[in-house]
Each structure stands twice: as structure tokens, then as C-alpha cells.
Design a protein. Structure first.
Length: 343
């Protein structure tokens, strides 16, 4: 190549580089210009959060709730619930039927939150606080008659959240996502005292594990354990009481009658609050029955659809916040759930 040709090539390369630099400079200027209203030289994508704060870009689940103008919270229906001796229908203090503006639970310190003149309780109090923090309206869905069906409703995407004293279990976690626990109950047996004596069983032996119970160095025959059908305890029982008969009841008050007789049911398996409610409803039953704490926690969580990761993250932050500022403790005290068992 001659000298003239070499010089021309260098000139062409120089002009080409100048063009590339000009394009880059123009692009940078455009980015700064697009964000000029903030008075900064930050790239335009840094403005995404600012847009969200003005009601613009939001995570999908949060945008859906904002568009709905409400958060839809699922709870187990009281449709088949039986009134106890005090006339209370439901599972106190978590969810009970109200009588207009009257509520039998969660009145300590301030009036109970009552939804649509129908239901009240700890679950309702938590749901109202959650909706308040979301700055939206609350809709409570009471269409499902079993706890497992409440989980199904969330799995199908027919409700945003479930606040229904739901135990977080391995099986349920295959269908929904669970928040951090906000309440800890205790797995408990209510046992027929006479049946214990006949089998020569001690409370320590029962706590140690029903499948391994020994009586006079002989294996205990298969016993009948009553649980609420469609609850987490039906699932727990299949694992904990292998080799024994698990009988499912729609209403534990019916199981209570069978337990007192002693020849049909050996024990009722439920959380400590349900057991206490059963005993309070039948004062004389305490003479025949014994409450055995199995020293196994029952972690209660809020359920979200497995696709709603942003909502799950928000719920966990919500729970963390109301724990730190004492709001959750105040709700527990209001509903009679304060103390070590419920922290």
C-alpha cells in the first residue's frame, strides 16, 4: 500500500471513531435529559421507585390489589359450627359469629372489629390491620367450610390471602406459600382418664410418642384418635399416630361426646386453644378428661398464592413491623392470647 493510501485509511478510521463517540455522547445526553426533572444526572431507570410511589409501577400482586380497591382475605366458614353452652358459634377467640354489633371475644381495651355484622375474632382483627397497612378495603371470603379448602381457594387464585389460623404444613406448602409465623399454638391431646388407667399409660409415655407407647412391656392396641376433618391435625395425626385409628369429625363437639363415653374415642387431637374451648364448654368433662401438651409447636401463618412472591414479601415485612411496634402483642392481649404459648 502506498503512503497516500495509508494516510486515507487512517483518516477514515479517525472519522469513524469520531462518529461512534458522537453517538455515545448523544445517548448519554438523552438519558440525562430524560431524568432532568429530578435535577440529577442519574440514569432514567433509577426513577422506577419514584414512579411507583406516584401509583405507577408496582409488583404484580400489589398492582392487582390496588386495582381491585380491596384485599380479599379467606377464612374458614362458620356454616357448620355448633353453638357452645354460652351460645358462641365458632372457634374462640379466632373467629366467631357476631350478633350485629356485639362480639363475644376481642373486646379487651377497645371494641372488637366486626366484619359485615357477621364475624369477629383474632383473625378478623389481623385482617383489618393488614388492610389498613395496605391502605385498601377489606373483603372477607367465608365460602369454604374446611381449612384445607381455604388453602385451595388461595391456590386457585380466588383470594389474595388466607388469615384463618392456618397451620403451615409440608403438604399445604406444596400448593401455597406461607408467611413467617405470627402465632404459635401447641399440639395437644384431650385424653379419657379412665382409658389411660386401663391401659396403664402415663402422661410422659403419651408425650414420648403414641406409636412407641408401651404398657406393662406390651404394645398398646390401636387406639382411636379424633381430629377435625380437613384441618392440619388430620395431616399431623397420620404422621404422629401411625398404627392407630384416626377418626375425622366435622365438629369436635360431637367428638367430645364420644370421648366422654370412653369406649369409642381415646383422645381428641387439636391445638391447645380448641382443647381449652372444649373443656370450657363442658365444665364437668374435666373430671373425666385430661389435657396433655405434646410439646410440639403449631405455627400459624398467613397463606398467599405461590406466584405472589411480592405479596408474600410484603406480608412478612408487615408482620415484622407489627411485632416490633407492639401492635401484634396488643391484638393478642385484646383477644386473650397473650403469654408465652402464643408469642
Amino acid at each position: 500500500m502506498n503512503m497516500l493510501g495509508g494516510a486515507w485509511l487512517k483518516f477514515a478510521r479517525f472519522k469513524s471513531n469520531q462518529f461512534i463517540l458522537a453517538v455515545l455522547a448523544s445517548s448519554c445526553c438523552s438519558m440525562v435529559s430524560a431524568n432532568s426533572d429530578t435535577g440529577t444526572n442519574e440514569p432514567s431507570d433509577r426513577g422506577a421507585f419514584a414512579a411507583a410511589a406516584k401509583g405507577g409501577l408496582r409488583a404484580p400482586a400489589m398492582a392487582r390489589i390496588a386495582q381491585q380497591g380491596s384485599v380479599r382475605v379467606a377464612m374458614k366458614s362458620l356454616h357448620n359450627a355448633t353453638a357452645n353452652s354460652a351460645g358462641v358459634i365458632g372457634v374462640a377467640p379466632f373467629l366467631v359469629k357476631s350478633h350485629g354489633d356485639q362480639c363475644s371475644v376481642c373486646n379487651a381495651g377497645s371494641a372488637a372489629k366486626i366484619y359485615d355484622g357477621k364475624v369477629c375474632g383474632f383473625d378478623v382483627e389481623v385482617a383489618y390491620l393488614l388492610a389498613e397497612k395496605l391502605d385498601t378495603n377489606l373483603i372477607i371470603d367465608l365460602s369454604q367450610h374446611k381449612y384445607d379448602h381455604v388453602v385451595d381457594l388461595i391456590s386457585w387464585g380466588d383470594a389474595d390471602l388466607a388469615v384463618s389460623t392456618l397451620s403451615s404444613t409440608l403438604r399445604r406448602a406444596q400448593y401455597v406459600a406461607f408467611s413467617d409465623p405470627y402465632l404459635e399454638l401447641s399440639q395437644t391431646l384431650l385424653v379419657n382418664r379412665l382409658a389411660m388407667e386401663k391401659l396403664d399409660l402415663t402422661q410422659a409415655a403419651i408425650v414420648a410418642g403414641m406409636p412407641r407407647i408401651k404398657s406393662n412391656k406390651k404394645s398398646v392396641p390401636a387406639l382411636t384418635i379424633a381430629v377435625e376433618g380437613g384441618s392440619s391435625y388430620a395431616e399431623f395425626a397420620d404422621d404422629l399416630f401411625k398404627g392407630h385409628n384416626i377418626r375425622r369429625y366435622d365438629d369436635l363437639l360431637v367428638a367430645m361426646d364420644a370421648l366422654i363415653k370412653g369406649d369409642e374415642v381415646f383422645a381428641i387431637y387439636a391445638d391447645n386453644m380448641q382443647i381449652i374451648q372444649l373443656l370450657n364448654d363442658n365444665k364437668k368433662a374435666g373430671l373425666f378428661l385430661k389435657m396433655v401438651n405434646l410439646q410440639r409447636p403449631d405455627n400459624i401463618s398467613i397463606a398467599t398464592n405461590y406466584n405472589d412472591s411480592s405479596l408474600l414479601n410484603w406480608v412478612n415485612l408487615f408482620l415484622r413491623e407489627i411485632k416490633m411496634d407492639g401492635e401484634l402483642t396488643a391484638l393478642k392481649q385484646k383477644c386473650g392470647l397473650s403469654g408465652g404459648l402464643y408469642e
